[in-house]
Design a protein. Sequence first.
Length: 78
Amino acid sequence: MYVYVLKSLKDGSHYVGLTADIDKRLEQHNKAKNYSTKSKRPWMLIHVEITENMTESRDVEKFFKSGYGREIISEIEN
């Protein structure tokens, strides 16, 4: 499993998600197949975490959506 962080090239916002196929998922985001991200296309992949299972993926995703996790995302960008 993968936990990924995307950055909108339109407005600079971020999206955190999880998937088993990172390439396919990025393509879905950029082809407006995801309702919550279609208005902020195009998206650029800025970070990926590889996890052992769905439970770990959810924990990592939750971390990146937290206040400290958002700080880490900002550091990754710079």
